[in-house]
Design a protein around this ligand. Sequence first.
Ligand code: ZN
Length: 620
Amino acid sequence: MTKPFAIHYTIKPSKPEAHLYQVSCLIDAPDPTGQLVYLPAWIPGSYMIRDFAKNIVQLRASDSQGEVRTEKLDKQTWQCAPSSGPLQLEYEVYAWDLSVRTAHLDTRHAYYNGSSVFLAVKGKEHQPCAIDIQPPDGKQYSAWRVATTLSRRSAELYGFGHYRANDYDELIDHPVEMADFSLASFEAGGIPHDIVLSGRHRADMGRLCDDLQRICQQHIDLFDELPPMERYLFLTMVVGSGYGGLEHRSSCSLLCGRNDLPLANQSDRSDEYVTFLGLCSHEYFHTWNIKRIKPAVFMPYNLQQESYTRQLWAFEGFTSYYDDLGLVRSGLISAERYLQLLSETATRVWRGTGRLKQSAADSSFDAWTKFYKQDENAPNAIVSYYTKGAMLALALDMLIRQHTGYQQSLDDLMRRLWLDYGKPQIGVPEGQIEKIASDVAGRDLSAFFSQYLYGTDDIPLADLLATMGVSFSLRPAENMEDKGGKPATSRRPLANIGARFINNSIGAQISYVFDNSPAQNVGLSAGDVIIAIDHLKIDKAGIDKLIASYPVGNQITVHAFRRDELMVFTVSLQASEDNTCVIQLDDKADAEQLNRRRTWLKDTGQQNHNEAAAKVTVAN
Ligand code: ZN
């Protein structure tokens, strides 16, 4: 019997109440010397070793003669004994991680990434495979449908049944959701775009489509085209509170809080909703930047171990720059609101002294063990390649504009990357983005990169933004909730102990201690539980306000438990540092600066609420 596919996978949520998928993998012509199979250790887009194979339960192999012996060679690889004819593998996968990166299954829904459930067949990773997605047994699941951008064979759109993938890379790049979900559609770039919401919600799906349509169209316009695809899918899990996103070639997985979504009677866009739109914008921009324009070391991915690149500052940083920029450029938020978001991103960079110790290039390289494995010392030791990368993108955008007489911008750099690397599917060599940036700017930018990308100097944003009629300044935080953006309201410097706290049943537990702070100077440490200040009981709810009520320079007596030992500290309170960023429209901008600013933000001065309303169809 000949089959058009070398490998047939079947997946079924067999025991939703026990969070178990039943998976089978039929290999037509296994390696005659004994087939090797393995599961990835990490998923593209999330740079951490996660060892998905730990969730495989009871793997069995068989052929026409009966059982085939298997031996585990390492944490994720199985060696099957030589078999006669096709080899069938059967196993269960435990799925109880509610994140966009792995797999989750209960009686409400089923979600999985292929990298968590489908064994790769060594030597056959480039062969086409068939996937049969089966529904769970039971009447209570009769309303479930399937949301995925996997190519369909006989399955109907949103139906259970037969799908296909051209290779293993494609197989694991289309996450799948099965549930009784809400679905709405719009069109962008001539392609249907669907949004699926799984989980309890009361979101205004029409509103969501309308806003997403404008974001998508805006990014498509930047690159002049959407990469070839049949449809695009925003696959969203709605929970009480949560936040997460992972990009894929023609879809993205999102996790959001119920209150992040717009309600039918809500006319303005709440901060939570704008954050959600920013997340959608971010993942959609990745459709070009990282899913097609890729570091050379990711072509192909080596999913069995860490894969090092110094370029994440550009792939995540540029994407972080364009996510919120896409919101103002599509008219969903005002220029003022955009600069508030930009101030918050900048503040996240300036708040940590880690920015003076780790470069954005090194942050990219060490993503596996540092950015993705942050501990209590992270603010003092590392910088985020997302936020610092976004600031580098902003600086580059300003520099390219200045050096080219405002004829070129970072948009032109992105289009070059798309045409020269993304579209022809050529990996971007290490260091190449810097060279192209110099090319687009028409002058050598290597000094900029050695100072701010490979070095740790603070980027001179005040000078760079001034030409746009935008001001940048630093001030002390006014309270612990101060995220930046707004000008100072108080002249009095805030007294500061230099620590962050979390709730603890007996007091305020220290989560972070900042470098050279009063807390660090006396030896207060992460994990310590402060129970009294100046001999009065204190908890998490009151500690920040109490400390801020003292004059700067005052000494306070702190009682704290370290494990079970009570310790006493005398702490001299200091003034907060200037590490809160304020980026604002400059009222005194001249006509030329205003013009540049409008070109940059595509800001018409008014939000186009109803213009070009998306063609929206809503189902369920
Ligand atoms: Zn990203």
